[in-house]
Write a protein that binds this ligand. Sequence first.
Ligand code: NAP
Length: 233
Amino acid sequence: MEHKKVIVTGGNRGIGKGIVLSLLDQGYLVLATSRDSKKFDMSHQNLEVANLDVCDQASIDDFQQIVNDFDPDILINNAGITKDNLFLRMNEDDWAEVIDTNLNSVFRMTKLVVRGMLKKKWGRIINISSISGSMGNPGQTNYSASKAGVEAFSRSLAKELGSRNITVNSVAPGFIQTDMTQGLIDEEITKKIPLQRVGSVEDVASLINFLVSEESNYITGQTLVVDGGLFMK
Ligand SMILES: NC(=O)c1ccc[n+]([C@@H]2O[C@H](COP(=O)([O-])OP(=O)(O)OC[C@H]3O[C@@H](n4cnc5c(N)ncnc54)[C@H](OP(=O)(O)O)[C@@H]3O)[C@@H](O)[C@H]2O)c1
């Protein structure tokens, strides 16, 4: 089996960690990033780790050489944050920080990898969005806007890169049990989910496994939802 090389941002915990473990299981070579790579509590012969703050241009610049040496086939833009507040109480810093971490970072990271993928005439860019980007959520004007932006970015880039056999897709999870949703999930929310349970990081990783594989060759510019049926169009 050919071992494709994958970069996962925010791979040290939550959904990112679930994705990293699942890709390693299948034989991919993974470069996982964290703001502090000492935070990785896993090791594997096919795992490389690196420090990266997706909001810090100096950190991004330092990472370019690591990307060039690793020569990735696949980029998974997973790092993200919430800073929830009702709009009337939301200040501009909370708006800007979420847009910068969740949306501007996708622009910065994609810049780092796209030339290499163009040379290979093969690539996969997968952006972790959220159903909040399509359905909206009170308290999440900043987060919803960032995720809707990520999905729109993916569609336009998919049209630019399709002729070079590079696909660009978004994955939109619903409620997944991680630090991000700690204290937010209650019985009321679970009752609204048709599958009657909150998702696991493995539920998201299963979809990623499909998207990184050759099985997804003819899918691009899409937002694939993994939410137990909570948001149906
Ligand atoms: N959990 C859900 O229900 C859910 C639903 C829909 C979408 N999502 C999306 O899924 C992705 C992962 O979420 P999660 O639930 O796994 O969250 P999480 O457990 O809070 O983990 C967030 C990850 O992002 C990294 N990160 C945050 N800011 C960063 C920055 N400036 N530079 C580099 N890395 C940064 C964190 O690194 P540190 O350890 O250094 O903080 C951490 O690895 C996010 O994009 C989120 O919006 C989550």
